[in-house]
Design a protein around this ligand. Structure first.
Ligand code: SF4
Ligand code: SF4
Length: 347
């Protein structure tokens, strides 16, 4: 199927029409920020944004989810038996996701979809989702996607790429899933040559603006122990307050914790999976009381070593960061991964 053009006047109707076939997620303005929310009655999609504050990683890994339920009541025939929480995930479409965030799902997939282990919850949600990206006409000052394997109009991980042409969106299908979605849209017309020229001009113009370049080319060749023992970690960690904001906002941070929540009368429990953060002291606290990362410096080092060295060595295919810039923008004490990458690269 060829690309389509939708005027902005008809766009709200196009999104509404998709609801017949998909659970649709759109960017919504909440106070000073945007976040992805389900398109329901009363939701007002807003595509005037640079990027959402929270990343859309919740689409495949909710912040909190029930995995199993059980009863501890010995009078019940199924006492102490874990019952898996049924998860019916309908076809979903996230419309307006930025290319860096779509690429992040490809990095995270390496953790949840391996030859030895497949996370059924993550995969079910990923496979049910169609990713409709929106190219970045105006990248954030904190972003550095072009140095992190992505780019303002990068296509990796996307099923459709939208170009914002001012008064219209040009929608280019990139996969079968993307074609299927466009076939279900009402309105629009086939993209003409003039629109394509405009889209190409736009990508050239944005590429010309350039985002900050960050050097990561020497990370692979660095000695892991030398980086681990580098003299700058104390300085880097000095101001960190271990708030966890960076990890919670990050589209490529995937760590979680599993906890049982039990109540009395009736004696039932839920086994929950919740986002966790390597920046929290409890994250690595052993049952024995020993904590291998008990100091702030060890935790901060872990975050950057994981993203910029351990991951690089394990996969030999880029860093575990897509350069979205959220952690740079929202860290309350201005710790900047771009500066740390430069330090590590230059050691
Ligand atoms: S957001 Fe900043 S202060 Fe908070 S844990 Fe991350 S690096 Fe530390
Ligand atoms: S580490 Fe920071 S810049 Fe990189 S993907 Fe995560 S939030 Fe974005």
């Amino acid at each position: 199927m060829s690309a389509k053009i939708f005027s902005k006047d008809e766009w709200a109707g196009v999104l509404e029409g998709l609801k017949d076939a998909y659970e649709v997620y759109v960017p919504v303005k909440e106070g000073d920020f945007h976040n992805f929310r389900p398109l329901k009655e009363g939701t007002r999609p807003s595509f005037e944004f640079q990027n959402t504050r929270m990343s859309p990683k919740f689409l495949t890994e909710p912040q909190s989810e029930r995995m199993f339920e059980y009863t501890l009541d010995k009078n019940q025939p199924d006492a102490h038996i874990l019952k898996e929480d049924e998860k019916e995930i309908p076809p979903r479409a996230v419309v307006g996701i930025r290319p860096c965030d779509a690429f992040a799902f490809q990095l995270v997939k390496r953790n949840f979809d391996t030859p030895r282990y497949k996370d059924p919850y993550w995969l079910k949600r990923y496979e049910a989702t169609t990713f409709v990206g929106l190219g970045c006409n105006d990248p954030c000052e904190t972003c550095f996607c072009a140095s992190a394997g992505s780019g303002p109009f990068d296509r990796k991980g996307l099923d459709v790429l939208l170009y914002d042409l001012g008064d219209a969106y040009l929608a280019q299908p990139l996969t079968d899933k993307g074609e299927a979605l466009l076939e279900k849209t009402d309105g629009g017309k086939e993209a003409d040559e003039a629109s394509w020229k405009k889209a190409q001009g736009l990508t050239r113009q944005v590429a010309g603006k350039g985002s900050r370049r960050v050097s990561t080319d020497k990370l692979r060749e660095k000695d892991v122990n030398a980086l681990y023992e580098a003299p700058f970690w104390e300085d880097v960690a000095f101001s960190c307050i271990n708030c966890g904001t960076c990890t919670f906002l990050c589209p490529t941070c995937w760590c979680f914790d599993i906890q049982d929540e039990v109540q009395m009368l009736p004696m039932v429990g839920d086994r929950m999976r919740n986002w966790d953060s390597c920046m929290f002291p409890l994250f690595t606290l052993h049952g024995s009381g020993h904590n291998p990362r008990s100091s702030k410096t060890e935790r901060v080092r872990q975050r950057f070593m994981h993203k910029l060295k351990y991951y690089v060595d394990k996969y030999d295919d880029g860093i575990q960061c897509v350069g979205c810039g959220r952690c740079v923008q929202f860290c309350p004490v201005n710790i900047d991964i771009r500066e740390i990458a430069e330090k590590m690269n230059a050691l």
